[in-house]
Design a protein around this ligand. Structure first.
Ligand code: 26Q
Length: 816
């Protein structure tokens, strides 16, 4: 329980009114909604800041290990309500709002959403921050303060249009600038080697300096005294450099430095599970990584003195995928060049301090930088990478003498590229996958050879989600029902949800559970009407697929099946099924043409269905615009069916799958990623599993034994739907040729239907038939839905973070 005094309702009112007066010179009645939002946020922030001061002192005095969690994405979502919830202050604020005549829903909508991430990897980092603070673990999240987050999506004439996300336009109420912690990060230039002292000293000359300025966002723990921060680094041009350059008349260079600083943190790259070797992206990664390391060294020195030989005892650096992997050579550089370490001493510290999580096995997502780019842009880092590579290859040569091919596959530098995953595996003390299946695939295939050499590093820790945001905050109705049934211990012990299991037999509880779902569907429908002028009937089955648009996630399988359903309805005047509303939420990377075409296809099928009088009574397809954290918070609690269709082996874990399950949706899914563990947790009778298993998929890829054309020839329903793709039924003929072609013939020499859409189609259709039949049996459906919520506790990120801490980090909880 938290120690700090809470504000009473009267104190909350007084603070809000006082802030409006002092900051805006107006009364409550005169204030704009945005001014009121800021006054409320500032009141909550005051409460948090009081805790932050105490937490920082306690953590310093405890003198334990600290975690620096480096991630190029943190998809935090809005903070106001989650902070209120964590402070256990919701009722005081609610009552204050009621008396002041403030509409809470309107107020919450005023908060700009920080969309500093693409999808799963960024949202995972945010869930981790919540659990770290709640478990009292001292940690700092470290990232880039992008001026523009992930683009806002509009659908115009069925197609995606991207708009800039200027989230800082009206200020950020939560961030605290910390200019005193600014550091310099250096790019480009050349190296001078100096042996005059008998030892090698490397001097970096003519580099381009950029100043990194941190902004901290406090992250509160739930019902405790802990506050951690998310440190976001922003870039500015050095002032002195600017002036000096003018002095020397070097106007051009001064402007170049300014330009570099200006673009560096401008925008988050909208790529997800796809790698492009852009120089600016490399600069972003190095920028926040170097700044973080310089800062953590300064902080260590302030507390422990100048000798860094035991740095690894007090610091863990966790790299969220390979993007911050330059932390490894950068720490080597800082220890050798600034602290006088020998190579061996620096390597010892680094290899005991860095832990790495892998989030994908897709080869197109693996980070590989051109060596030339690394050499010209980060010359000293490149030099260190060369030496690391030399030593690694020497070691591998001992183990695999003469096996050049294998060694090249494992090298850091090979084929003129810097292979970031190999760097991270070779020099971290821990390498983990994000689900059991993914961990196994890393060991048996992606990092097979490394696993032979250093098996002790490898583990799998299944992802999790913070049930406080994804159940307590997003689904207040279900949360109230749960607390009424089993008390509130589940707030900090999600496994307690299991106590709901026997309530499946309680007719009154089933009815309440169903009522909550219906109310959430109604809330979503109203939200959709407000946002895109299109609602749905809350008595139909609400079926949702919400995630980034990617071929491997197979939104196309869902859409093709909808086209088949349409044909069945049109063909048969007596065709009957429980009416369904199918919602898609998905952003496509702006450069991923095929993904954008799939969005267009979904919308074309949606229009086709809507135009048919009978089909439109049984089926409605909605493309939800701009899927983001706040949309997910309205969408997920309403869903009754969750589609998790990835081709087995491709989805490392998935985390949306867990959010839907926790909110009582049933899953239709493949045995991929964490779906495998959801199936085990809830039992096969409460989930709809279909499609090829991982082993079968691996065999197909290895042996090239699958022929999409055979499915096409044998399945009349598929053949018809695919023909409709290209014959003008859906759009002018030709628009969707590319999709058709890829399914039937493959892309430039590759296999046809590489994601096995046609292969799994039959099995998917059968599972969908069972779903429609089961939905008719309301009792059965509610029992299954309750089982899903009840068995979802192991997917809470509190469990995930405990596992990371017990197996990798070994942080001591801070208590005071
Ligand atoms: C990096 C450098 C250059 C270009 C692009 C990238 C880049 C950026 C983001 C590569 C990948 C990503 C994001 C990956 C991602 O979100 N992966 C997801 O991670 C989730 C959390 O572990 C898993 O649940 C998902 O299965 C996985 O797809």
């Amino acid at each position: 329980m938290q120690q700090h005094a809470l504000l009473t309702k009267e104190e909350v009112k007084k603070s809000i009114v006082g802030k409006l007066q002092r900051h805006n010179g107006c009364s409550l009645a005169e204030a704009t909604p945005n001014q009121i939002y800021k006054a409320v946020a500032s009141t909550i922030r005051d409460q948090i800041m009081a805790k932050l001061v105490a937490a920082r002192r306690a953590i310093r005095e405890a003198n334990g290990r600290r975690l620096y969690y480096l991630s190029v994405e943190f998809l935090m979502g809005r903070s106001l309500l989650s902070n209120m919830l964590n402070l256990c202050a919701t009722s005081a604020y609610r009552e204050a709002f009621a008396e002041l005549g403030i509409d809470m829903e309107d107020l919450l909508r005023e908060e700009p959403e920080p969309g500093l991430g693409n999808g799963g990897l960024g949202r995972l980092a945010a869930c981790f921050m919540d659990s770290l603070a709640t478990l009292n673990l001292p940690a700092m999240g470290c990232t880039i303060r992008y001026e523009y987050g992930l683009f806002r999506q509009r659908i115009v004439d069925g197609q995606q249009v991207e708009l800039p996300d200027n989230w800082l336009e009206h200020g950020n109420s939560w961030e605290i600038p910390a200019p005193e912690d600014s550091v310099e990060v250096r790019f480009g230039g050349r190296l001078e080697e100096d042996w005059s002292s008998g030892e090698l000293h490397v001097r970096h000359m003519d580099y381009t300096p950029v100043i990194a300025v941190p902004y901290d966002m406090p992250v509160t723990g739930y019902d405790n005294d802990m506050v951690n921060v998310l440190r976001m680094w922003s870039a500015r041009a050095p002032k002195s450099f600017d002036l000096a350059s003018f002095g020397r008349g070097n106007y051009q260079q001064a402007l170049e430095v300014r330009g570099m600083a200006e673009v560096l943190c401008k925008v988050l790259y909208p790529e997800d599970d796809h790698f492009e070797g852009k120089q600016l992206r490399l600069s972003q990664h190095y920028f926040f990584t170097s700044a973080t390391l310089q800062f953590l060294i300064a902080e260590y020195k302030r507390e422990h003195g100048d000798d860094l030989h035991r740095l690894h005892e007090k610091v863990v650096i966790h790299i969220n995928d390979t993007h911050p992997g330059l932390a490894i050579p950068e720490m080597m550089r800082l220890l050798m060049d600034n602290e006088g370490f020998s190579w061996e001493d620096a390597e010892y510290v680094v290899t005991h301090m860095v832990a790495y999580t892998n989030h994908t096995i897709l080869s197109e997502a693996l980070e590989r930088w051109p060596e030339d780019l690394m050499r010209t842009h980060l010359p000293r880092i490149y030099q260190i990478l060369q030496e690391m590579n030399r030593r690694l290859c020497e070691r591998l040569w001992q183990r695999f003498p003469g096996d050049w091919d294998r060694i090249a596959q494992m090298a850091i530098l090979a084929y003129n590229q810097v292979h970031m995953a190999n760097l991270c595996v070779a020099y971290s003390y821990s390498v983990n996958g994000v689900s059991k299946l993914h961990g196994d695939i890393l060991k048996r295939s992606t990092f097979h050879d490394f696993h032979l050499v250093m098996p002790e590093k490898f583990s799998a820790i299944t992802n999790g989600i913070t049930h406080r945001r994804w159940l307590m905050l997003a689904n207040p109705r279900l949360s109230a029902l749960i607390t009424e049934a089993i008390g509130d211990k589940w707030h900090t012990d999600a496994e307690a949800l299991r106590e709901l299991l026997p309530l499946r037999e309680d007719a009154a509880f089933r009815e309440s559970f169903a009522r909550v779902k219906r109310e959430n569907k109604l809330r979503l429908s109203q939200w959709l009407i407000l946002n895109q002028r299109e609602g749905f009937d809350p008595d139909c089955l609400l079926d949702v697929q919400a995630k980034r648009l990617h071929e491997y996630k197979r939104q196309l399988l869902n859409a093709l099946h909808l086209l088949v359903l349409y044909n069945r309805i049109v063909d048969n005047p007596d065709y009957d099924m429980p009416p369904r509303c199918v919602i898609f939420g998905a952003k496509a990377s702006p450069g991923y043409r095929r993904a954008k075409l799939i969005i267009r296809f979904i919308n074309a099928v949606s229009d086709l269905v809507a135009r048919h009088p009978r089909a439109s009574k049984l089926l409605k397809i909605i493309f939800l615009e701009n899927y983001c954290v706040s949309a997910a918070e309205v969408l997920i609690p309403a869903a009754e069916l969750s589609q998790q269709l990835s081709t087995a082996t491709k989805e490392a874990s998935g985390t949306g799958n867990m959010k839907f399950m926790m909110n009582g949706a049933l899953t239709i899914g493949t045995l991929d990623g964490a779906n495998v563990e959801m199936d085990a947790a809830v039992g096969r009778e409460n989930i709809y599993i279909f499609g090829a298993r991982a082993g079968e998929v691996e065999a197909i890829y290895a042996g090239n034994t699958y022929q999409a054309s055979t499915v096409f020839e044998n399945n009349q329903e598929i053949r018809r739907a695919m023909t409709q793709m290209i014959d003008g039924t859906l759009a002018e003929a030709g628009v969707f040729n590319e999709l058709y072609h890829s399914l039937l013939f493959g892309d430039h020499g590759g296999m046809a239907d590489p994601y096995l859409v046609l292969k799994d189609f039959g099995s998917y259709t059968m599972a969908q038939k069972r779903i429609s039949a089961d939905y008719r049996n309301a009792d059965k459906w509610q029992r299954m839905a309750i089982a899903n919520t009840a068995c979802s506790g192991i997917f809470a990120s509190d469990r995930t973070i405990r596992e990371y801490n017990d197996n990798i980090w070994h942080l001591a909880p801070a208590r005071w």
